[in-house]
Design a protein around this ligand. Structure first.
Ligand code: UDP
Length: 360
């Protein structure tokens, strides 16, 4: 894009900026915030998909760290309720926009609000039901939307983290999966809009690193669950929990012997934050997920045990190309980020069930 790289680099805020914020004592937060901002640049983060399940938890984390946070979301699968509790925070801004289109106007709109030190690209439908319903938007946000984020990062001399997925491994022929595995993806199947666009997004990130020396990194997120998942997003966690809470049979697809590894959202957020803060992950792909593997049948039994209802099953056909096994090797995250999940499935599931119990 001609002329896009002309704005001088912004510096990353430092820990001492945050310390100044913390020790300023008893003045009102808003007054203090604007006063400090004149003298210091607070670190700032732009989160695409900031009203989504994972994005909104990242909003909470960075606001808690004193960052200026801009969440951009077109609300296709995200929801304003996910960020309603931070609406009055002076450091939070929300922009409803689709990052797949009208990039010139969108850059102008965003830059009225600021230029950001860190760009986290989380906008995308992520549940198989959602991306099957919206395949073209899914492809757009992971291709044109990813390029938009990369251009912003280069223009602002910012750091960027791209949220990719374990789906890049497809139905893996190698088990468990580490980052060196190239995957087994059907390029024309029903999941291809997601799998292939995430793979394209990864290739785009690597191209921006090679051509523009972008300060970019990629994470591959394995199945994640927790509060703020949509009750009707179609994924196994909300499906089984809602069915158990309503004492309905659980819809197990296929024989239930397929496996997944479930990571609680607070563990994932910790991994993302460490990855984003690390110089060592620059130019790399890092798996983030919980390496404890369960069959879907075991998972159904656990949900019913916690909700305290008997397990009744409504068998359903296995969707086409549904991966048979999935389990991350997280050695890279452990060694580079000193990160591994801490929350047990039992504990995380109990919190998720409590959150999903609340009427909409
Ligand atoms: N699944 C199931 N019943 C449901 C929803 C999902 O048995 O009501 C299975 C699905 O076939 C898959 C696993 O649970 O094997 C995880 O599915 P999900 O949609 O959560 O995400 P995926 O890991 O396939 O992206």
């Amino acid at each position: 894009m001609p002329g896009i790289y002309t704005i001088p680099p912004l510096r990353f805020g430092t820990a001492s900026d945050i310390t100044v914020w913390d020790v300023m004592g008893n003045r009102s937060r808003q007054t203090e915030s604007s006063r400090i901002r004149r003298r210091w640049k607070m670190p700032s983060v732009l989160i695409t998909g900031g009203a989504g399940f994972i994005g909104s938890h990242l909003v909470d984390h960075y606001l808690g760290q004193g960052y200026d946070v801009l969440a951009v979301d077109n609300l296709v699968t995200g929801a304003l309720e996910n960020v309603a509790h931070v609406r009055d925070n002076a450091c939070f801004k929300f922009l409803q926009a689709d990052i797949s289109e009208n990039h010139d106007a969108l850059v102008a709109e965003i830059e009225k609000l600021g230029r950001y030190d860190l760009v986290l690209h989380f906008a995308s439908p992520a549940s198989p039901v959602d991306y099957a319903e919206k395949p073209i938007q899914t492809m757009a946000v992971n291709s044109r939307g990813t390029e938009f984020c990369l251009k912003l990062a280069v223009r602002w001399n910012a750091r960027v983290l791209y949220a990719s997925t374990s789906e890049t491994y497809g139905d893996p022929l190698v088990h468990p999966q580490d980052e060196s595995y190239w995957g087994n993806v059907n390029p024309v199947g029903p999941r291809s809009c997601y799998d292939e666009s995430k793979r394209f997004g990864e290739a785009l990130v690597m191209s921006y690193i090679r051509v523009h020396d972008a300060d970019a990194r990629i994470i591959r997120i394995f199945n994640t669950y927790g509060p703020r998942m949509r009750k009707n997003d179609g994924r196994v966690v909300p499906n089984f929990v809602m069915q158990a809470l309503q004492d309905k049979p659980l819809t197990i697809y296929g024989d239930g012997e397929q496996t997944r590894s479930f990571c609680y959202v607070s563990d994932l957020v910790e991994g993302i934050v460490r990855c984003a803060a690390s110089e060592k992950t620059r130019g790399l792909v890092t798996n983030l997920g919980n390496p404890e593997e369960h069959t879907i049948r075991e998972f159904a039994e656990m949900v019913c045990r916690i909700v305290d209802v008997p397990l009744n099953v409504e068998p359903m056909p296995l969707p086409k190309d549904d991966p048979t096994r999935r389990n991350p090797i997280i050695a890279r995250a452990k060694s580079l980020l000193d990160w591994e999940p801490k929350v047990s499935l039992e504990e995380g599931l109990s919190k998720t069930i409590d959150a999903l119990r609340i009427p909409a």
